[in-house]
Write a protein that binds this ligand. Structure first.
Ligand code: ADP
Ligand code: MG
Length: 251
């Protein structure tokens, strides 16, 4: 399909030889926003990590197509070069590596562009301003001692610098206060305006973030399967009835 950016085709994913996600199929068109919701332990992060190419998450059957290309066997860095960007639920700290160095190296690795230190500095300052981040932030070590809000802002800063084609956002709203959540949502909206074709998969337990970024499609994950899909109203439905009532009587 011409408009399709990501096609998750009947994907089964295992971790440590244990199947966590089964026969998951999802088509994500250019410019669309999908939300994947579900209770804790349903396999949402597993799906996100498998799409990004985490080596511990094995695709045992099915395929991943990105822009028509089979990426099932591609390494995470190659997928990043194609424009796949995962916002981690739990970002790693890298002591001794400053944000500015980290982002410049990431920019070079992903885009292949040899940007000068001076030009990169300018780009970084411009993007930090958009996120209301103080310029001194650039000299801090990656994620070291960051508050929840700072970690998520840094993830958004990476996206603004790397300009992905697909963002997979895992539980961005957990532990965020309303102000940080708004900054994250604003950043997502800036990114979408800059690139109308960018698609987003928002993985979330709570529908809170979806008030700021309206999904075109909402999917429910339960016990490692996508069990239901619908429009944005499905998220409100979940908020009203809760997951427990929704899955009452199902295994
Ligand atoms: P969610 O993000 O929906 O909360 P996860 O994908 O994190 O769900 O986890 C789904 C299931 O897979 C859980 O039962 C979890 O214990 C298991 N799981 C996830 N990652 C690992 C891992 N690295 N090692 C072992 N089990 C895992
Ligand atoms: Mg998770």
């Amino acid at each position: 399909m011409k408009n399709e950016l990501l096609f998750i085709n009947n994907l089964t994913i295992s971790v440590d030889k244990k199947t966590i996600v089964s026969e998951c199929t999802l088509s994500v068109n250019l410019g669309s926003v999908h939300a994947i919701m579900g209770p804790n332990g349903s396999g949402k992060s597993t799906l996100a990590l498998a799409v990004a190419g985490h080596p511990n998450y094995h695709i045992t059957s099915g395929k991943l197509l990105f822009d028509g290309q089979d990426i099932t066997e591609l390494s995470a860095d190659k997928r990043a070069q194609l424009g796949v960007f995962l916002v981690f639920q739990y970002p790693y700290a890298i002591p001794g590596v400053t944000i500015s160095t980290f982002l410049r190296e990431a920019y070079r690795a992903v885009t292949g562009e040899k940007i000068s230190v001076k030009d990169f500095h300018q780009l970084l300052q411009e993007k930090m301003k958009l996120l209301s981040i103080d310029h001194s932030f650039a000299q801090r070590a990656v994620n070291e001692g960051f508050s929840g809000g700072e970690k998520k802002r840094f993830e958004m800063l990476q996206a603004l610098i790397l300009r992905p084609r697909l963002m997979v956002i895992d539980e961005i709203d957990s532990g965020l206060d309303v102000d940080s959540l708004k900054i994250v949502a604003d950043a997502l909206n800036v990114l979408r305006k800059e690139n109308l074709k960018m698609a987003i998969i928002i993985i979330t337990h709570y529908p809170r973030i979806l008030q700021y970024v309206t999904p075109d499609h909402v999917h429910i994950m339960h016990n490692g399967s996508l069990v239901q899909s619908g429009a944005a109203s499905l998220a409100h439905h979940i908020e009203r009835v809760g997951y427990n009532n929704m899955f009452n009587g199902t295994p």
